[in-house]
Ligand binder design. Sequence first.
Ligand code: ARG
Length: 579
Amino acid sequence: MAGLNQILAERLQNAFDSLEPGADPAVRPSNRPGVDFQSNGAMALARRMSAKPGEVAARVVASAQLQGICSAVEATPQGFINLTIEDSFIARLLEEQVSDPRSGVGMVSIPKTVVVDYSSPNVAKEMHAGILRTTIIGDALCRMLTFVGHQVIRENHVGDWGTPFGMLIEHLVDIGEEAGAHELSVGDLDGFYRQARVAFDASDDFQDRSRRRVVMLQSGDPETMRLWRILVEASLVYFEEVYAKLGVLLTRDDVRGESFYNDLLPVVVEELDEDGMLVESDGARCVFLDGYTNREGDPLPLIVQKSDGGYGYAASDLACLRDRFGRLDADLALYVVGSPQAQHFSMCFQAASAAGWIPDGAGAYHVAFGSVLGADRKMFRTRAGDTVKLVDLLDEAVARARASVESKNPALGPDEREAVARMVGIGAVKYADLSTDRIRDYVFDWDRMLAFEGNTAPYLQYARVRCLSIFRRGEIDREPYASGRVPVVVSRPAERALAVVLLGFSEAVEAVLESWSPHKLCTYLFDLAGTYTTFFETCPVLQADSPEERDSRLVLCAATAKVLGRGLEVLGIEAPEQM
Ligand code: ARG
């Protein structure tokens, strides 16, 4: 379903086209009183035509077909076109949106195959706060892409290969398989890694064993592979525990670790070599790309094969790109990874394009994000300076939410309280992450994310519960109001404002998928909840003046609950019926 913005833009486009084909009407929401949208396109067009902006705007208005859509259209002398939507048009569109189970969010006409690389923790390393971000953001993007009809392939590019595994396997041998596996699966990943590191630094013999082990691993020695599998398996058990607590879509089937690409590495080298792209530099085989230099201004190599014959992170990402666009036939590959890896991805993408692995019309995109900071604005860590264990963090979120749910609604039964605490606690952690522009750092702050006021999950969840509770209090069946069978009339400014915001839902989802920025949907939902509050405070629903008015307002409540619920759902956040 086209949103208001889009409907106006289309109508104005025809009028702009008659003056200059393709001229952008630049329709934006307006905050002038009594005006809903404005078109800013006449100013730029006037400059190109060397005409007066006010006159160009007036000519656009004269030829635009806006009958039945706008109740007022005004061209200002400065060249703005102010547009006020007809109340009955708003009401009609809202009825249509309410009758749609998807609340007006259409399916894309050309579905794409989209690979989303997210979470991707490292085996035998604690899932740090950055893993929390990629897991939450990547999951929300998967849900939204699926919702609009794309075919999504989730890939968890677990760090399960490379030189540290020599040391990790030797440490496993030393402490015993059972003890080692136990330590990892209960989440003492950092402890395990640190001990291995200490042993490595302390003994030459251990170092030699570790180096030999790497060679054995790379040559596929069965016993070494068996030990390696124990490490991977135990870590995956722990990762899955975190995923279950977090409520994300990732499963065991989505794991495509670095090791998966091992057999492809020689192929990658061979193909790059055939294309004449490999240059030897200090014994390593590298690709040099235009525009990349190091601090000294010298060309920066993308190292594909090291001087000892081993392959690194870049090689496995090149193999991975080749696999995603070749075998998986992806149209788009998204990499939800922290911004420090921006250069790595930009070089890999460019090299893969040059090698012909990314077909025309397809593309790879780095969905970069900033860091999670502690209250001291430094990297988020425990008081002792360790990496925060994600299971502990999520348990604490639920415990804190339990306390606040208990004090807010002591009447909830124990099971329901537990379920609500989980939705609120986990929802709060996810929403705090999703609601900040991903590229920015954010401060992890329990009190702020769990507050029932402000741009938080509990605030939105509670706003939805308030919409629903009107039906409960009035003992009214919600279904007819939530299915478009009841007529809408908007007369009061607060009703009208709420209806206009509701009609912006599909455009908010579109905006997220244009820039891979979930915070745009959060901002929209927060605005919706605020507009609902004003409506609720100024327009009595159950005590309305007439049955028609009451019914129409009940539709507004049901529509708000639907959009809030769906909006949270595509962000990966559950919403309780009561709280
Ligand atoms: N395991 C990596 C890390 O922790 C992230 C992997 C991201 N995905 C990729 N295809 N490189 O830094």
